[in-house]
Structures are given as C-alpha cells and as structure tokens.
Ligand binder design. Structure first.
Ligand code: CO
Length: 134
C-alpha cells in the first residue's frame, strides 16, 4: 500500500480565524502550524488530530483556486492529503493506473513537504494531494 497515513483533511473556509476559534471551542483543538502558501494563494492552519491534521484553508487573493472553489461550491471539504514515502513514485503509479495528474512533477508544499495533486476527475470526485514529508 503506497498510502501510509492520512496526512490531512482540507476544509475551505471564508474566515480562517473564525474557523480556528470554532475548532478550539468545539473540539479543544490547537493550531500546530499556520502558514501562507503564496504560490497557491492560500493561508492554512493545521489542527492536530492524532498523527494527522485538519487543514483549514482560506484564499489570500481573489485569483486563488480556493477563492474560485468558495465562490462556486461554498465552504466545506476541499481535498484529502495522503502521506506517501515517495511522491514521484506515487504520481507515476497514479498515472499508470489511469488517474489524471494536476502536478506532473512533485513540488514544494507547506511545512517543508513535497506534494503533488491528483485531479478529482479520474479519482471518483475527490481532489487528492500526495504528501511526502521532508
Ligand atoms: Co493540502
């Protein structure tokens, strides 16, 4: 099995501070990491859940894909991040299995990870992020 763990569940929100506050008050969550990812036009906050995270994401510019998502779909589940040992090998396997890659080569993600996105068309409606740590 190439997927070693669920790294994060990403939820698109309009107000990051309000969403963090809700996870703190409702679930006793704490923010493990917060980062603006300029290239993707998002700010994220990671709430730790055991060895995984809830990743709250909000757009930092109008042309962010998350801004488009919020405009058309509203707030809610955006993607699932699966941990892999080798992102390059994982996307190769996905392509060979007939999946559609958004990232043809792995690229830097937040908190020093290496990531690649797989298109929801070809993955039964779920946007998938493959996450290699380190
Ligand atoms: Co993600």
């Amino acid at each position: 099995m190439m997927l070693t763990e669920i790294d994060h569940i990403a939820i698109a929100v309009g107000d990051l501070d309000a969403a963090i506050s809700y996870y703190e008050r409702a679930f006793g969550g704490t923010v493990a990491h917060r980062e603006v990812v300029e290239k993707d036009g998002v700010e994220e906050a990671l709430i730790k859940v055991s060895d995984s995270y809830v990743q709250l994401i909000t757009p930092v510019r109008d042309d962010s894909p998350i801004a488009t998502f919020l405009g058309s779909r509203g707030e809610g589940l955006h993607h699932v991040g699966y941990r892999v040992d080798d992102c390059a090998a994982a996307i190769k396997a996905v392509a060979q299995a007939g999946g559609r890659l958004i990232d043809e080569v792995p690229r830097p993600g937040s908190r020093g990870t290496t990531i690649a996105f797989v298109h929801p068309k070809g993955s039964f409606g779920t946007l998938i992020e493959l996450v290699q740590e380190g």
